[in-house]
Ligand binder design. Structure first.
Ligand code: SF4
Length: 276
């Protein structure tokens, strides 16, 4: 039995049209909802909360979770179909369309794979894993050191806060580890697509590729900060961390060079028009 009271199409439309949300805010965020300062303005968050608020639904291994996903898929597809019909858009693809699309996508994928930013971002995902595998002992030692501080209860020492900061740094690194690559890939997809199949874009109109590159850059900036914290607070491992920081800094510069307008892209809700 499905335990959920489903949000139907009309409820979803009413919610979207309530005026309570910032349109498209979720397109250029980092999807870290637990840390997001704008959950109350996000339709994506609101629908997720409504649909997955039962504790059982939070468990990804629970069949009900996937029931809900497939239910949302059905509703969304119905809405797309209805909107397409209203706009007179035929969503059916012919075999020829499909073949053209596949060839086009293959060429784009190959170009993305060859790009230096992609290769650096992939390398980063790997060296982070290697570093964490190698550093188990260092974290264990740090844990012992912090436990000792708790026992000693020295004035001016706050081991719980230290642990909290350390955990935050690790969380930040892990959160962005793959996202940086994914966002760079998406940004490059837009660039290569524009080169192979140029679409008339109004001068000054924000490009999706710049938005994705900006999210990647934010992930890189925050990861650099988090690695800096680890370097200072996990002595004995600074050479390896320095190598990682150098790679991230090179990647940051390369992404900025490839997407010179990314930093000034205004993400709905998160940035102000003049911010960089
Ligand atoms: S905007 Fe915030 S709440 Fe919405 S999906 Fe992104 S991180 Fe989550």
């Amino acid at each position: 039995m499905n335990i959920f009271v489903a949000m139907d199409k009309d409820q979803l439309r009413n919610l979207a049209e309530s005026g309570n949300f910032i349109p498209g805010i979720y397109n250029y965020c980092d999807r870290w909802c637990e840390r997001c300062p704008l959950t109350s303005k996000c339709l994506n968050y609101a629908t997720t909360e409504a649909d997955f608020s039962d504790p059982e639904s939070k468990d990804i291994s629970n069949a009900a979770f996937w029931d809900k996903i497939s239910e949302m898929f059905k509703i969304t597809m119905e809405m797309i179909q209805e909107d397409a019909e209203k706009l007179g858009i035929d969503l059916t693809l012919t075999a020829e369309d499909r073949e053209k699309f596949d060839t086009h996508e293959k060429a784009i994928k190959a170009a993305i794979k060859r790009n230096f930013c992609t290769r650096q971002a992939i390398r980063y995902t790997k060296i982070v894993n290697t570093w964490f595998d190698k550093s188990e002992v260092i974290f264990k030692d740090k844990g012992i050191e912090l436990e000792g501080k708790v026992v000693m209860d020295l004035p001016g020492s706050d081991p719980e806060h230290e642990l909290h900061l350390l955990t935050d740094a690790v969380d930040v690194i892990r959160w962005y580890q793959y996202q940086i690559f994914v966002k760079i890939k998406r940004a490059l997809h837009g660039v290569v697509e524009d080169m192979t199949d140029p679409v008339e874009v109004e001068e000054g109109f924000p490009k999706d590729s710049d938005g994705s590159a900006k999210v990647a850059l934010i992930g890189i900036d925050r990861s650099i900060g988090a690695w800096g914290y680890l370097m200072e607070n996990l002595p004995g491992n600074s050479d390896d961390i320095l190598d990682i920081l150098i790679l991230l800094e090179q990647l940051r510069k390369n992404v900025e060079a490839k997407f010179p307008d990314a930093r000034s892209f205004v993400r709905p809700g998160f940035d102000k028009a003049s911010s960089r």
